[in-house]
Design a protein around this ligand. Structure first.
Ligand SMILES: Nc1ncnc2c1ncn2[C@@H]1O[C@H](COP(=O)(O)OP(=O)(O)OP(=O)(O)O)[C@@H](O)[C@H]1O
Ligand SMILES: [Mg+2]
Length: 64
């Protein structure tokens, strides 16, 4: 386990699009935009708490 990466909460957070459960339309849209190099300069995630907004934002950051 990579404790240098921070808290257990963040260590267990999905690190790849593949690991995100559900949110298929959002994940597909972002992956398509990334692969074509046309990702918008800002993204707004909305939805219920614990649905994966912060998780997806972090994964996007890892894939820029
Ligand atoms: N779609 C998902 N697939 C896999 N794991 C998820 C998903 N959504 C949430 N999780 C897990 O739940 C935890 C909380 O998710 P996250 O912090 O991304 O939620 P959030 O939408 O940002 O919530 P909040 O509105 O409270 O900020 C994450 O650490 C992650 O492990
Ligand atoms: Mg959040």
């Amino acid at each position: 386990m990579h404790l240098a990466r921070g808290t257990l909460y963040n260590i267990l957070r999905p690190q790849r699009f593949l690991e995100v459960i559900g949110q298929d339309n959002t994940v597909k849209s972002i992956q398509m935009a990334l692969s074509k190099g046309v990702l918008e300069h800002a993204l707004i995630f909305y939805g219920q708490t614990g649905g994966g907004k912060t998780t997806l934002a972090r994964i996007v950051q890892l894939n820029l």
